[in-house]
Design a binder for this molecule. Structure first.
Ligand SMILES: Nc1nc2c(ncn2[C@@H]2O[C@H](COP(=O)(O)O[C@H]3[C@@H](O)[C@H](n4cnc5c(=O)[nH]c(N)nc54)O[C@@H]3COP(=O)(O)O)[C@@H](O)[C@H]2O)c(=O)[nH]1
Length: 790
């Protein structure tokens, strides 16, 4: 707050505020001007203001100059006229006084009672047209006069009274002649008798206009004044233009300077209120002063007109300049604005481009690039301050299914909702990003508590698991999360992301809807899986797959009744890879579909080849996985393969796991019916593990069941397994299905199955899976010498 005044009084807060605000506004204005001074829209007006200042300064200067000159001139003229007028009046009054003195002399010295005729005769009197000379008795009676007939007021008691006691020149008050209406003046002197007593007066009467007859309108104008003022302050006569007046009273002392130095003063004349350059001079020896006045308005009229012309021109010029500058400034402003707008649009565009470069268009979350940058920054900080951070890799578990069944719009809606839920689960300082598809990644830069990561991961799982409302229906998805921690699981961005991905994969493997922390063990598994996956992608084209064949034998005769084609992968580095290792990877990646087609085609070709070689026409079984089973092209592909290879469909058996059929009975029935129409045989694989209902089994168009190896393993000893195996065989027989026991490894197992009327065996006890050439030998041997196992 500011303190004003020496008394230390503080100003009121409101005033101080408004002063501050004004100062601030002024400061901002100056700053703005300073920053934009080079802009034409400011430069033009500023230059124009300077130019206007110059124009108006010059105009006003010249006007003032001319006014001063005119004023001086008016004063000078007033003085000059005054000097001339003074001389005229002095002469006129002196002449009048001379006449009075002459008559007085004639009266007193020569004793003439009426000297007027003699003096007139000798032409010593002034012209009678203008002057009336009279002799008046002490009582005011007219003794003699040059006027033919004396009219009007001939006796003036004041005048008589004054001269009775004084022997001076008396000048009367002006009086108006009642006959002519003209103002008149009388000049008188005392007449003495021989003994010196008052004997009357001699008088000269004059038309007052005589004294202002020198009024020259060319010099004095219409409003000038010429006047004869008595020392008593009474105008004896005054003339303005054609108007002759008398009798006005003024302050003599104020009007007539008591000095030799006469000046013309600009005064408002009290008798008519007109401002005039007024000069006044007292007449030497007489109680009179001459007054000359030049009207200010008239004297300055020309200058005023000139000034108006100057002002008009300056105003016109200023207006034109303002208009021109206004126009130029406006154009320049518009140009600057459009430049500014273009620049702003450019900046906005750049910002938009940058935003798009770093954000996901669907969820508005940071994208992969931005996440990488943030992760790198946070790793640097965590490293500097010896802190931990966590990267959570999240993948939705059933997203593809929702996308496929509900469409991409619903999928997008789901992803947006997931993004919102994820953000709600973390702190503002954490980062949620979308990498693409249904993959999200979360950065927890500060792990305040040991349990924070796990708590957050669990919170996320719960949030995602809550139902989503898509297209008016409730849907549920789950998520799998992999977690890597800096610095224990990686020191750089790539490693942390990769390890979180590995952990996420493990979470998927472990049943989904869970989270896993990265570990070295996980890494090893992941590496192996990666190696397999990479190799699998090229295995077909590199012709690395082989088929081995395992015999199925009749339980009584021991004759080979058929065979199962089993896939093998000859990996260039890993050697022969077992199907249990690579088939799950092929299933997950979808590679099982082309690989499965290759198996079907190869098995059929081989079977047809053996038939053509004269070997027995035996059935051949091929396994189908879940993905193959639901593949929409399965039936057409199969029909094509059968047609291409010339394989008898009735000799081809497809083995489908019981658990797979039971997942979706309706769908299974639909596919099995289609397969059946192609005349292929259908066998339920791993029977006993899938908890089939009898009603479902009855619906399916089946040909065989293969009792799962786990029952056979202890069938000779375990009572429960015996009972179950017996029950399965009975059920198979009831449904008229061929019952095959798989995984038979011992004589005891074979005996038990034979005793319980199982139809066929398959297992190492008889044959292991072998390559085609070796299996051919088996077939040839059987053709030559039928065998019997008993
Ligand atoms: N979709 C496809 N699945 C296939 C294909 N080839 C194989 N598989 C599946 O891989 C699983 C493992 O097969 P594999 O390692 O070949 O094992 C088979 C036999 O070697 C094994 N077997 C046979 N007799 C015995 C035995 O006495 N003891 C014992 N421990 N193992 C034995 O059983 C496997 C065949 O089982 P099954 O298919 O249930 O008849 C396997 O589950 C195959 O399904 C393929 O081309 N496509």
């Amino acid at each position: 707050m500011s303190i004003h005044g020496a008394n230390g009084l503080r100003s009121a807060p409101g005033i101080a505020k408004s002063v501050d605000a004004t100062a601030e506004a002024t400061g901002s204005l100056f700053r703005y001007v300073r920053e934009h001074i080079k802009e034409a829209y400011l430069l033009f007006p500023l230059s124009a203001v300077l130019l206007l200042l110059a124009i108006w300064s010059a105009t006003l200067y010249f006007i003032r100059l001319e006014q001063t000159r005119a004023q001086r001139n008016a004063a000078t003229v007033s003085l000059e006229i005054g000097a001339t007028y003074e001389a005229q009046m002095l002469r006129a009054v002196r002449e009048i006084d001379q006449t009075l003195k002459l008559v007085k002399y004639a009266y007193e010295a020569e004793g003439e009672r009426n000297p007027l005729p003699r003096l007139k005769e000798r032409a010593l009197l002034p012209p009678p047209l203008l002057f009336d000379v009279s002799v008046v008795s002490p009582d005011g009676g007219l003794v003699a006069s040059t006027r033919a007939s004396e009219t009007g007021n001939i006796s003036d008691p004041d005048e008589l009274q004054t001269l009775r006691h004084n022997d001076t020149l008396s000048i009367s008050r002006p009086w108006k002649d009642p006959l002519t209406g003209e103002w008149r003046l009388r000049f008188s002197r005392r007449l003495n008798a021989a003994n010196g007593t008052f004997s009357g007066i001699v008088r000269v009467e004059v038309d007052a206009a005589y004294f202002v007859s020198s009024y020259d309108a060319s010099k004095l104008g219409d409003q000038g004044v010429l006047g004869l003022l008595g020392t008593d302050g009474l105008f004896r006569v005054q003339r303005t233009g054609e108007s002759v007046l008398a009798g006005d009273s003024v302050d003599y002392a104020a009007l007539v300077p008591d000095t030799e130095d006469t000046q013309a003063l600009l005064l408002t004349n009290s008798w008519d209120g007109v401002r005039r350059y007024t000069s006044a001079r007292q007449l030497y020896d007489f109680p009179l002063a001459v007054i000359v006045g030049l009207s200010e308005e008239e004297q300055l009229a020309a200058v005023t007109r000139q000034a108006h012309t100057y002002l008009w021109r300056a105003a016109t010029g200023s207006l034109l300049l303002v208009l021109l500058v206004g126009l130029l400034s406006r154009m320049s402003w518009q140009l600057a604005q459009s430049r500014l707008q273009a620049a702003e649009a450019k900046v906005a565009y750049a910002e938009r481009v940058e935003y798009l470069a770093y954000h996901d268009g669907l969820t508005a979350l940071p994208n992969r690039s931005l996440f990488s940058k943030l992760l790198i920054q946070n790793i640097q900080e965590a490293s500097r301050y010896h802190r931990q951070l966590a990267v959570l890799f999240l993948d939705l578990d059933r997203f593809k299914q929702i996308n496929d069944t509900l469409g991409h719009d619903a999928g997008d809606q789901l992803l947006q909702e997931v993004a919102v839920r994820l953000k709600a689960c973390v702190r503002a300082s954490d980062t949620v990003a979308r990498l693409g598809g249904d993959e999200f990644v979360i950065l927890l830069p500060e792990l305040s508590e040991d349990t924070y990561v796990a708590t957050t991961a669990q919170k996320i799982l719960s949030a995602v698991a809550r139902p989503f409302n898509l297209r008016g229906k409730e849907f549920r998805v789950t998520a799998s999360i992999g977690i890597s921690i800096f610095a224990q699981d990686g020191l750089d961005e790539q490693t942390l992301k990769k390890n979180a991905d590995i952990a996420m994969y493990q979470a998927k493997q472990r049943g989904k809807n869970n989270f896993q922390f990265y570990s070295e063990k996980l890494n090893a598994e992941s590496l192996e899986r990666q190696t397999l996956e990479i190799g699998l992608r090229h295995a077909l084209e590199r012709n690395e797959f082989r088929l081995h064949y395992q015999a199925k034998r009749d339980i009584r005769s021991g004759q080979i009744t058929g065979m199962e084609a089993l896939l093998r992968w000859e990996h260039p580095d890993l050697g022969l890879v077992a199907p249990m290792q690579f088939i799950p990877v092929a299933e997950e990646t979808g590679l099982i579909v082309p690989i499965g087609k290759w198996v079907l085609r190869t098995a059929c070709l081989q079977n047809v080849a053996w038939q053509q070689q004269g070997l027995p026409h035996l059935g051949i079984a091929v396994n189908l996985t879940a993905r193959q089973f639901v593949d929409e092209h399965l039936l057409t592909d199969l029909a094509t393969i059968l047609a291409d290879t010339g394989m008898d469909a009735r000799l081809l058996e497809l083995e489908i796991a019981e658990s797979l059929l039971m997942q979706d009975v309706k769908k299974a029935l639909q596919v099995l019916t289609g397969l059946k129409k192609l005349n292929v045989r259908i066998a339920i694989d791993d029977f006993g593990t899938g908890y089939s209902s009898l009603s479902a089994l009855k619906q399916f168009p089946l040909d065989a069941i293969k009792i799962d190896r786990s029952f056979i393993r202890d069938v000779a000893n375990a009572t429960e397994d015996k009972a179950l195996t017996e029950a399965i065989i009975t059920m198979g027989r009831t449904l008229s299905l061929t019952v095959v026991a798989q995984g038979v490894e011992t004589k005891e197992q074979a005996d038990f199955l034979r005793d319980n009327a199982c139809d066929e065996f398959q297992g190492f006890y008889f044959n292991k899976p072998v390559p085609a050439d070796q299996f051919k030998v088996l077939l040839q041997a059987q053709t030559a010498r039928p065998t019997r196992d008993s």
